[in-house]
Design a binder for this molecule. Structure first.
Ligand code: PEP
Length: 261
């Protein structure tokens, strides 16, 4: 990590942990953070929708330095969208971050580039932070044209976005072949792609964007990934479901920032 920005680590619980389990996880994380605070790292947890109210209450009552995120949102303000949730509903629950275009939404729930762009705009117009997920599948990685995939995803989501919203956008480079597989991208691959993302974003007039990596990050690889690549933090799935493993990743980022600053 050569960037001077504070690291950002986001735990995406996906469709795991009901509200009781979520409450326990946040309480355990809270104890770890109170005993040994991470001073330099921004922490976000992203529970399922039905856990948000419980988690929001505990973050507030325990005054924990953890922000709340949501895994998805509908781009419309309200209306006949059965099963969907709006940015204003999330805002009432103190949700500050929203994941936009996670590969699981793109692959399994027909989230096209157009819907990703529309969703990202609705998030930032609501004053919330968007974590835009981009990344290639294994076929495109093997074919060697993975940069083109990522360039197209960034371009369609971000081109023409009003500059006053730029600071509300973070990007997570998440190659599909690394998500939930136990096979993380190497530090060299992460470095190459975070640099590439920054170059494309600079061509779209973004200055100093926050670029995260996601894909099988765990307590064993987090230290070397953050030390040896230029990443600003992580989007973590599986390893965010246990307080100890998520906390170890936070610590790795925090230590690295403290040393390199
Ligand atoms: C993710 O789903 O965004 C993710 C990175 O998952 P995992 O850490 O489990 O690979």
């Amino acid at each position: 990590m050569t960037s001077s920005k504070r690291p950002l680590v986001i735990g995406n619980w996906k469709m795991n942990l009901d509200f009781v389990e979520g409450l326990h996880l946040v309480q355990q994380l809270g104890v770890l953070l109170k005993n040994h605070p991470v001073e330099h790292t921004d922490v976000v947890v992203v529970p399922p929708f039905v856990d948000l109210r419980t988690v929001s209450s505990i973050l507030d009552s325990e005054r924990l330095a953890i922000s709340l995120g949501a895994q998805h949102v509908n781009p419309n303000d309200n209306g006949a969208h059965t099963g969907e949730i709006s940015t204003s509903m999330l805002k009432r629950l103190n949700v500050e971050w929203i994941i936009v275009g996670h590969s699981e939404r793109r692959t399994h729930y027909a989230m096209t580039d157009e819907i990703v762009a529309e969703t990202l705009r609705s998030v930032v117009r609501a004053g919330q932070h968007a974590v835009l997920c981009v990344g290639e599948n294994s076929a495109r990685r093997e074919a060697g044209d993975y940069e083109e995939v990522v360039r197209a995803q960034l371009d369609s989501a971000l081109r023409g976005l009003d500059e006053r919203f730029h600071a509300l956008v973070a990007v997570a480079y998440e190659p599909l072949w690394a998500i939930g597989t136990g096979v993380n991208a190497t530090s060299t691959q992460v470095r190459e792609m975070t640099e590439f993302v920054r170059t494309v974003m600079s061509s779209l007039s973004f200055s100093a964007p926050q670029v995260l990596y996601g894909g099988s990050v765990n307590p064993e690889n987090a230290g070397s990934l953050v030390r040896d690549s230029d990443v600003d933090g992580f989007l973590v799935g599986g390893a965010s479901l246990k307080a100890e493993s998520f906390y170890a990743i936070l610590q790795a980022c925090d230590d690295c920032y403290a040393i390199k600053r």
